[in-house]
Design a protein around this ligand. Structure first.
Ligand SMILES: [Mn+2]
Length: 326
């Protein structure tokens, strides 16, 4: 490995990053409950002061943007290789690290470990699968139950939930791309309002009590992680078939949002059925999905790379250029 570890991370995290496949054996605990607790504590210590609305600068001059990885560790290892080789300087993940794939826990732990080793170069946004009630339906909880005893499992649920609650919700890159797991919320007045959502996210209930403010902020927290874009839709927002309180948004919504925030485009993930890459609304919205063959929907997976000189390109999982000037 060419990139050197930042100091002060526990030795077990260094070992884990150096050879994650060694920890990915089926029915073997990758890390002990005590080690999981340490990762959670370190993550919260760093993330508690990071806004839910992150303005990326510093090391993020060139950034590789990654869509859903959904427990597919092998995809994640291919994607993160150019970062470890110092070919790219920063990584921005759009959420959905767990469920569906065979290695949810280790995929999540690997990304958290990378973050702890290089906190200035990595950001992990929260997707809709960073949610225990969803994990009960799509595989992550089942996986945890095969790895840990019933007693340990209860504590692990709490550890994982706390980690989710400290992941940020939206970010803007130096190239003026707004990165988010799913999309633009109905009734969002200003992107700055997202900064008012507390960490942990569940503290939103205490912070705004049962006031009108809660009825404004809570749907924002949900819709950033659930809404989908739709071509040719006349009304700005229509109810989504994903569930109550989620919406499909149209081109006008995206254009107004970009104009208001002086941004160039939205980059999002979230829909496997849209495939590995889609370009909507004349390039104002880029969709990417970043796991290797994923049922029939995602025959090829992609990432987006934005460089220092303002270029951006579509990349495959091995960082090869698929399309320039996107
Ligand atoms: Mn999703």
């Amino acid at each position: 490995m060419l990139r050197e570890f930042e100091s002060n991370i526990p030795h077990f995290i260094e070992n884990f990053i150096s050879n994650p496949l060694e920890y990915a054996k089926i029915r073997t605990q990758p890390l002990s409950i005590d080690e999981l607790r340490q990762i959670k504590d370190l993550f919260i210590k760093k993330q508690q002061y990071i806004s839910n609305n992150v303005i990326l600068g510093g090391e993020f001059q060139d950034v590789l943007i990654v869509g859903d990885t959904h427990g597919f560790l092998k995809s994640t290892l291919r994607i993160t290789k150019p970062f470890l080789n110092k070919e790219v300087n920063s990584l921005l993940f759009l959420g959905d690290y767990v469920d569906r794939g065979p290695h949810s826990l280790i995929n999540l732990l690997y990304l958290l470990s990378l973050y702890l080793a290089w906190p200035k170069n990595i950001l992990l946004l929260r997707g809709n699968h960073e949610d225990l009630s969803i994990n009960g339906r799509y595989g992550f909880k089942e996986e945890l139950k095969t790895l840990y005893s019933a007693e340990e499992y209860e504590e692990i649920e709490k550890i994982i939930e706390e980690i989710y609650e400290y992941m940020s919700l939206i970010a803007i890159t130096p190239h003026k791309s707004i990165a988010v797991h799913a999309g633009i919320p109905n009734n969002l007045e200003s992107i700055k309002d997202i900064s008012q959502i507390p960490k942990p996210h569940s503290a939103i209930v205490q912070k705004f009590s049962m006031s009108k403010k809660l009825l404004y902020f809570y749907p924002i927290l949900e819709q950033l992680r659930w809404n989908d874009p739709r071509k040719g839709q006349k009304r700005d927002f229509i109810p989504s078939n994903r569930g109550d309180g989620f919406y499909f948004y149209n081109q006008a919504v995206v254009e107004q949002f970009l104009q208001k925030n002086n941004a160039k485009r939205v980059i999002r993930s979230h829909e496997s059925r849209r495939g590995g890459y889609d370009n909507l609304f004349n390039g104002k919205l880029i969709h990417i999905f970043s796991t290797e063959p994923y049922f029939e929907y995602v025959p090829t997976a992609y990432t987006v790379y934005e460089t220092k000189d303002g270029q951006s390109s579509l990349r495959n999982l091995d960082f090869q250029i698929e399309e320039n000037n996107i």
